[in-house]
Write a protein that binds this ligand. Structure first.
Ligand code: MLT
Length: 274
């Protein structure tokens, strides 16, 4: 997997870079996963599009700098990666934490964004209770290691039906989460706890947006998702029946179908740019 030094040499991000095409998609993974979360999308779409999927700070082979970071820093990393690869405008696809970073990217680097796909995510900041839970999770990672975090998070991630009919998906998540470095989990938890409210941003996102949710997602449930998505001027909203919080893995065919349809619409409406 290639890697680039960014931030004046302080950050090293590894990333999937596959496929070719006039249109580039940049996939931002959720927590505490890696770019491999997007394997079903990379494999299905790389014959038509260039696909970039970075490992965010500390995940996969990407380095974790010693200082704490914010989600704005993660967005700046991705913007720098996009520029370093010579890309001008890309379609950003973010799942959950990746969606939080996508909001920051739009806020800070709007000129790089051609369209947005926001999956299983939300624009709200954490409540006080959620912040306290993040602090506890960060401490758990540091004291008991990643597997303890996996045990805590796993029951919330997948729809019950996915767990019974596709146990290999659960295994894949366990592997990815157990392999995450405890310090990376702690740093990301603390960064998410401090994220800013992106709800005021929604009416300003006039770009095409596809919002995808899972009908069984308990972390970003359909009703609140429908409500915040109404504030987006140019959005399509779709819930994948039977999917939980990791809809791209749980229902890859439907997810890819929605993505392909959306990309078809976006690209037929706009002038192609590298
Ligand atoms: C994720 O999947 O990225 C997490 O559920 C995000 C979060 O903890 O808010």
């Amino acid at each position: 997997m290639p890697a680039l030094k960014l931030g004046n040499g302080k950050i090293t991000l590894s990333y999937i870079d596959q496929g070719e095409g006039d249109i580039c998609l940049v996939f931002l993974h959720g927590f505490p996963f890696t770019a491999e979360l997007w394997r079903p999308q990379v494999d299905a779409l790389a014959h038509r599009y260039r696909i970039i999927a970075p490992n965010l700070r500390g995940f996969g082979n990407s380095l974790l700098p010693a200082e704490p970071y914010t989600l704005a820093n993660l967005a700046d990393d991705v913007a720098e990666l996009i520029a370093a690869l010579g890309l001008k405008k890309v379609v950003i696809v973010g799942l959950s934490m990746g969606g939080y970073v996508a909001f920051e990217l739009f806020r800070r680097h709007q000129r790089l964004v051609r369209a947005l796909v926001l999956a299983d995510t939300k624009p709200d900041p954490d409540t006080e209770t959620a912040r306290e839970a993040r602090a506890r999770l960060a401490q758990l990672a540091e004291s008991d290691g990643s597997a303890a975090v996996t045990r805590e998070l796993l029951p919330k991630l997948l729809a019950e039906r996915t767990r019974t009919t596709h146990p290999q998906i659960e295994q894949q998540l366990i592997q990815m989460m157990d392999a995450a470095r405890p310090e990376a989990i702690a740093a990301a938890s603390r960064a998410m706890a401090e994220r800013v409210d992106s709800r005021p941003l929604l009416p300003r996102i006039t770009l095409p947006v596809l919002v995808i949710g899972g009908s069984e997602d308990s972390l970003a449930p359909p009703e609140p998702t429908r409500a915040w998505a109404r504030a987006l001027p140019n959005a399509i909203v779709h819930f994948i029946k039977g999917a939980g919080h990791v809809s791209n893995l749980e229902r890859p065919e439907e997810f890819n179908h929605l993505l392909s349809d959306f990309l078809g619409q976006v690209t037929s409406r706009s002038v192609r740019q590298p």
